[in-house]
Design a protein around this ligand. Sequence first.
Ligand code: KG4
Ligand code: ZN
Length: 336
Amino acid sequence: MKILAIESSCDDTAVAIVENRKVLSSLIASQIDEHIVYGGVVPEIASRMHIEAISNLYKEALKQANLTIDDIDAIAVTYAPGLVGSLLVGVSFAKGLSFATGKPLIPVHHLRSHVAANYLTSADLKPPFLALVISGGHTHLINVKDYCDFEVIGRTRDDAAGECFDKSARALGLPYPGGVHLDKLAQNGDNAAYSLPKPKVENNPLDFSFSGLKTAVLNTINNSKQKGLEVNVENMCASLRKIVTDILLDKIQKAVELYPTKKIVLAGGVSANSEIRQRIKDYCENNGISFYAPELKYCGDNAAMVAAQAIYEYENGKIAQLDLNAYATMDIQTLK
Ligand code: KG4
Ligand code: ZN
């Protein structure tokens, strides 16, 4: 089954065509250059840029796959969660395509598609598994029981891991989105230079909290400035990357105790982080657990991952009508 998928939940417009976990084309128009001057995504600009990019990306995706729309079996689209104005551009375009061609329309949850990015990289991967989804807006530990059966066993109470990286990076003067720059600078830093706090989260041992850590970074930077001292950027990047990895690894270990598993899957933009990937992989290898992470090009937002999940949503009967809406928030477990 050939699926043409569209993703526009934040600041990347993406169109891809995928057949049975094989990517026939995958295009992304990044808006980073437009948002960089504001230090973050401006929703109105994002919506306008999706509108400008989407038609050409659609044509180019078909061209690169050497197909016409007649060869496509279904249209998939991210419909939640995300910036609602951005999502609406993709959803409207997908509805138009479905109406014009009569092909089924498959709505896909953004975090489900991040998990499915792993199916593109590991053709043999099947649920059940435990997934750690770490992105700019979400940090979830998920018991993936089946392709469309998700149980969230831990989640952040406040900021996401990506947000903690991005806000700290911004305070250190790094360009948006800071996570990737922070990761690079950390390579040359001393990760013991700054002592940062590990949050305590009451009640659910698998829940996360990153806002205290972010505040600690900002306070260290401000206190240094007040004393006329410079923060060593590389050392701070290395110290923050290490503590975030320590926290994630701690939660994974606890999750494995409570939900024994033979497979651990990383997903989301932050899963591109070199230390997080390496240390979770080492933990898995030392504990007889198979480790999966998407190829770097499928860690961040892309449309190939949307198509990868769409096939299972379709098989599960999740087919939308033309009244499909976009939603800023939606739980991964129970879809609208
Ligand atoms: O999944 P994603 O592309 O968008 C959302 O759905 O949020 O994730 C974006 C996040 C941003 O916070 C970005 O800074 C972070 O992923 N990120 C990284 C790295 N590459 C991207 N964070 C840490 N290390 C990286 N190498
Ligand atoms: Zn994402």
